[in-house]
Design a protein around this ligand. Structure first.
Ligand code: SF4
Length: 357
């Protein structure tokens, strides 16, 4: 076998988990919404809590996070921001691995989430026992896992990466002559392998949202909008990535919309990102990259069903009751912090280098 992409973990990873239907939240009047937001603001103050939200969550939650001194960000920045807060409570609006990462980095803090059932197909598709066996079978490889994994999977890893830092870290490991065991997103893994040429053995996981973007339909949309730039998150299939003008993390895609001269953008990632893009670049036209369509399956609507579990109602209830606290076995936490901290230290060194240059 040539030293490039290899896929050894064949899908007995056939889906072993249920993808939930999108929750249907009651429609609030503007007054009701404002009242709920005010209640949440008071509760955040009372609990001395900071709200950290992901770009894929509901726009109202993103606004609340920023209005109350928290942040809205990608998973790398969420981890970094949460770890340097003095507040004793962090409320993480996102999916479970984000809450777990916050707890791993700040074990002394209380970490709350609007809904602990909000998980991720990548996390669910990489059960720790099977992953551990995969690692045991390849002891010569450096284990690199994506942030979208459980604490127990991170505890088996040498490095954790997010989509915004995966390329430089894998390049760094390749330059050191290391062979990589990559998990769990096969699309992101294949993209990174194609750019870096690293020797990567892949786990066969995927994101149920990004996997739905359709390459043939995208070609048709590009023909209708020949001047539009195509922005693609690397969790998408290769045939979609191949058509991109920009491939990158949520932060990179938001930057592209604000910095590029194009007026139109076709965007292949969760539609939650449009909220921030519209705020920062209101004069740009954003077009959703095509999926099989809202009517096809629940997964093909371009919005993550687990991210959709985060709502003003669940956020208020969590702050009121203190329910949905994230707990992690201390023995797992002790090991899982190593790959995360390694990534954060690498990011810090990179930031220093780019400032100096
Ligand atoms: S959008 Fe995909 S990768 Fe992100 S949380 Fe949802 S299932 Fe996971």
């Amino acid at each position: 076998m040539t030293a490039t992409t290899k896929t050894a973990h064949e899908p007995e990873t056939k889906r072993t988990f249920e993808v939930p239907k999108h929750p249907e939240w009651p429609i609030l009047t503007e007054d009701e919404k404002e009242a709920l937001k005010d209640r949440i603001k008071r509760l955040l103050k009372k609990e001395n809590a900071v709200l950290v939200a992901h770009y894929y969550t509901d726009g109202d939650l993103q606004d609340l996070a920023e209005e109350t001194g928290g942040c809205v960000a990608d998973s790398l920045e969420m981890a970094r921001f949460g770890s340097v807060q003095n507040a004793p409570t962090l409320v993480v609006a996102g999916v479970r691995f984000m809450g777990e990462t916050a707890k791993i980095l700040s074990p002394e803090k209380r970490i709350l989430m609007p809904d602990l059932n909000a998980t991720c197909s990548l996390d669910e598709g990489c059960p720790p026992d099977q992953f551990s066996a995969f690692c045991d079978a390849h002891p010569d490889r450096t284990v690199v896992v994506y942030a979208n994994t459980s604490a127990a999977v991170k505890a088996r890893a040498d490095w954790m990466v997010t989509s915004s830092i995966a390329l430089p870290i894998v390049t760094h490991l390749k330059d050191k002559g290391e062979k990589i065991l990559w998990a769990p997103d096969k699309h992101l893994g294949h993209y990174i392998q194609s750019v870096t040429g690293a020797d990567m053995l892949m786990w066969e996981g995927s994101c149920v949202v990004h996997e739905e973007f359709k390459s043939v339909a995208l070609e048709r949309v590009r023909k209708l909008h020949p001047d539009a730039a195509v922005l693609v998150h690397p969790e998408s299939p290769a045939a979609v990535i191949d058509q991109a003008d920009v491939v990158g993390s949520t932060t990179a895609l938001i930057k592209a919309v604000t910095h590029m001269a194009n007026k139109e953008f076709i965007v292949a990632t969760d539609e939650g990102i449009f909220h921030k893009m519209n705020l920062l670049a209101p004069d740009k036209v954003l077009i959703e990259a095509p999926t099989a369509g809202h009517g096809a399956t629940c997964e093909s609507c371009g919005h993550c069903p687990w991210m959709a579990m985060n709502a003003l109602q669940t956020l208020a209830a969590t702050l009121e009751t203190g329910a949905n606290e994230v707990h992690i076995d201390p023995a797992i936490r002790e090991r899982a912090v190593i790959p995360i901290q390694r990534m954060l230290d690498f990011a810090k060194r990179q930031a220093k280098l780019s400032k100096a240059s």
